[in-house]
Design a protein around this ligand. Sequence first.
Ligand code: 5BU
Length: 265
Amino acid sequence: MPGRVWGERWSDSASEIARRYMEVATRKCTLVCLAADRRTMNGLFELIDSVGPYIAALKTHVDLVDDWNPEAWAEFCARANQADLLIFEDRKFADIGKISRDQMAGAYDIRSWSDLVTAHLISGPDIVDGLQAGWSDVGRNGGVLLLAQMSSRGNLLNPNYTDEVVTKGREHGGVFGFIGNGSRPDELVELRTKVGKSKMIWTPGVNLSVGDGEMGQRYGDPRAAILAGSDCIIVGSGIHRSDNPAESAKKYASVSWNALLERKL
Ligand code: 5BU
């Protein structure tokens, strides 16, 4: 069933986690990853309970929750699993391989509950092995999303850097895919050409209302991002700051899913 909508992304994918994502997305008819940027555990619980059915993945910043504690977090992850969601910690690791492996442990123990994490490739390709070792240390599988582009204005990830990241990341089995700039469909088309068909591209910087966000965040149209080659729209304030997060999530779900069906035709 997922093969019919995902085409080569499904048939050419060697990643178990990527397949899991495509299955969840197909089951729930949504290509939305919610950026759950709320700063209290109660705010997070409220959010997951209301929008869980309309999203396929949940993106966290574990270090921005004011009242974080291991018990509440375990409950939050249990609810995410019950809601059939992949858990994605947007930690943007950037250190050498060994330290990245150790950072997967520590107080937050990211390796034990994340399915996906983000990383910069600025320190070289060993970071991917370090992060994969982190998951192996606790007998789990996970996937790394490398930052090939960013949505924020003035970022330093220029086209040459993007090329290097894609060339190195494309061949690595531990790389689930790449972060692309959802606010610029033309850049995404280029990125998709470089990446090929078999790896994921996930995109922050999308919002259904026009205009840009705070502090240099840029936004683009979610449908345009999917048509340009994105496989998942990462939506934060468009959902969690709306008056009715469930209704908004439903809207993003249907826009993203319809765009995927349209892309296949
Ligand atoms: P927003 O509220 O939809 O703007 O939230 C966007 C989220 O995506 C937020 O959690 C950021 O940390 C994350 N993000 C981003 O906005 N741009 C990027 O290039 C990357 C991550 Br990588």
